[in-house]
Ligand binder design. Sequence first.
Ligand SMILES: Cc1ncc(COP(=O)(O)O)c(C=O)c1O
Length: 393
Amino acid sequence: MSSSKPLALLGGKPRIDRSEWPSWPPRGPAIIAALATVANKDEWGIHSAAVSHFETAFAHHHDAEFGLAMANGTVALYCALAAAGVGRGDEVIVPAYTFMATAAAVLQCGATPVLADIDPLTFNLDPAAAAAAISGKTRAVMPVHIGGNPADMEAFKQLGEKHNIVIIEDAAQAPGAIYGGKKVGALGNVGCFSFQSSKNMTAGEGGILLTNDESLYRRAFELYNCGRTTTGPWYEHLSPGLNLRLSAFQAAILQVQLQRLEADADKREANGRYLEEQLNEIDGLQCAGRYQQTGRNAYHLLIFTYDAKAFSGLPKAKFLEALMAEGVVATDGYRPLQSLPFIKHDGGGLPVTDRLCRDQVWLRQFELLAGRPLLERAVQAIRDIQEQAHLLV
Ligand SMILES: Cc1ncc(COP(=O)(O)O)c(C=O)c1O
């Protein structure tokens, strides 16, 4: 289809008015009612019915037996690592392409994050690269379901069994994602989610740890609840645990969101697949693929790569600027983890991560909740830019 309008950057009318996109987080009477119930009838913190109800509901929804709702995803990861026995002198293999919290949680345990490269198909930790990074000190591997796209968990489970190491899923971006017929989060030994503002479910802040391993759950419980056991007296503290707990107000908000998770996740999946089909047809763009066991990508991010050569040499920053001007919010993403000042990496090149960090473009999860006509216009905006890119260089 040929473009029928000048680019917004060149004085044309934007394809989309930003206010047309769905807003996030979803607000409304159900949230207000849930908050009022806690305010009027529940405990506000510990011993709250809202918290224990949410922990069980979210865990069961994700095919897990145990859940511990926490202040955020970072401390949930820290707690998972510590409960799995990771500590000083240990190494944990993490992907070089992820949010810094994946590695920060390892460092906070006194252990060393060892970076491994990602799979160019899915942008997730590459199982072969992870296997190559295993040493006598490796205690755990932490695959991240990047952008909500499930990692190759079958390969990681085999790796864990073979080397007797723990598999910890960083599922911060992946509520509702399905792999091998099951939800992610407890496919390995333990997994963690984040409910920070941008996430597919959010209470502003928050996180949860899931596991099917009862003894790991008990160790995590002690760490998250001041060294207490699940049944012991209030002032019995068996270890120097922390207070990592979530408030009842946050749990109440999350419970409302859990009720819409399936519908939202199905919509993101349908729209994500549509966009991938459309974008992959545009010369110079390539979306992340998925493993065949993936039943549903949570699409926290829709990640694609941009090749300036197919856009008359238009630099990526200018492409993003043009897209924003058309009303499509697209952003650049992570820096390679090895470029952060507190990360030591001497394990050789990480070329796939470097390439992706150079070429990546992100679309956000809540834009994937839009109606199809709006997404069609977003795709058209990209086609417009390609046709008129020579006017921007
Ligand atoms: C991959 C990943 N891991 C961990 C986290 C940490 O979660 P939080 O921000 O809730 O601490 C996030 C989110 O910010 C994330 O995207």
